[in-house]
Design a protein around this ligand. Sequence first.
Ligand SMILES: Nc1ncnc2c1ncn2[C@@H]1O[C@H](COP(=O)(O)OP(=O)(O)OP(=O)(O)O)[C@@H](O)[C@H]1O
Ligand SMILES: [Mg+2]
Length: 242
Amino acid sequence: MLRVENVAVRFGGVQAVKDMSLECPPGRVTGLIGPNGAGKTTLFNVITGLQKPESGRVLLDDRDLTRLPTQRRARAGLARTFQRLEVFGSLTVRENVLLAAELKRGWSRKGDVPVAVADLLLARVGLSALADSQAGALPTGSARLLELARALATQPSVLLLDEPGSGLSELESRALGDLLLSLAAEGMSVLLVEHDVELVMRVCEHVYVLDFGELLCEGPPTHVQADTRVQAAYLGAELVTA
Ligand SMILES: Nc1ncnc2c1ncn2[C@@H]1O[C@H](COP(=O)(O)OP(=O)(O)OP(=O)(O)O)[C@@H](O)[C@H]1O
Ligand SMILES: [Mg+2]
């Protein structure tokens, strides 16, 4: 179980996150939504250790990760994808995933053969046919799926996804939703930041809504969808009609 407690982040005059708490239990996809600039990515950065919070804690199964560097958090079981894609462009698709699988093997000195892990994951995200392509040449949708495969290659217990659906076709987005549900069914904690309302509504059991760095509302998707403050703050007609 990933737990964020009373996290606050300030950038100069901007209070990007204010007293935010959330829980991301194993076996479910938890949503984190909110308008542009609400603080979603900043919260991901706090969870993964790229951003030091002003106050608050990040806990994984009651272990306090707040002061650990990013790589120690990765070893502890956290993996993420980035809103601004971060694939290694000069490597092939397979090599990108292999790198993460090798890292994992280096930490744990056990587990599956990295090449086998990489090929299995590429198949799982639907990129097998592109395994030998250069990652830098991929269209956005495929690059997002590659980031997802790479994150999975460290065999995380908590997966943080920052807008994985952006740039995906309707078909790819549907497949992504199925994959997230199957990962959760295998026991993973998935935290999903996403503007694609349909995807959030379909896969999330619980949704947190951030607005100006603060929790506006939380609950099952239907509850959040019906909240007039949420509609006013962010989703408007888009969510009402979804
Ligand atoms: N490194 C930074 N320095 C200064 N301000 C920042 C920095 N990173 C984020 N901010 C500000 O913090 C606030 C929250 O930004 P953040 O990127 O977390 O929002 P977001 O919810 O991820 O938005 P989006 O949906 O557009 O990705 C915004 O006002 C943003 O301008
Ligand atoms: Mg963001």
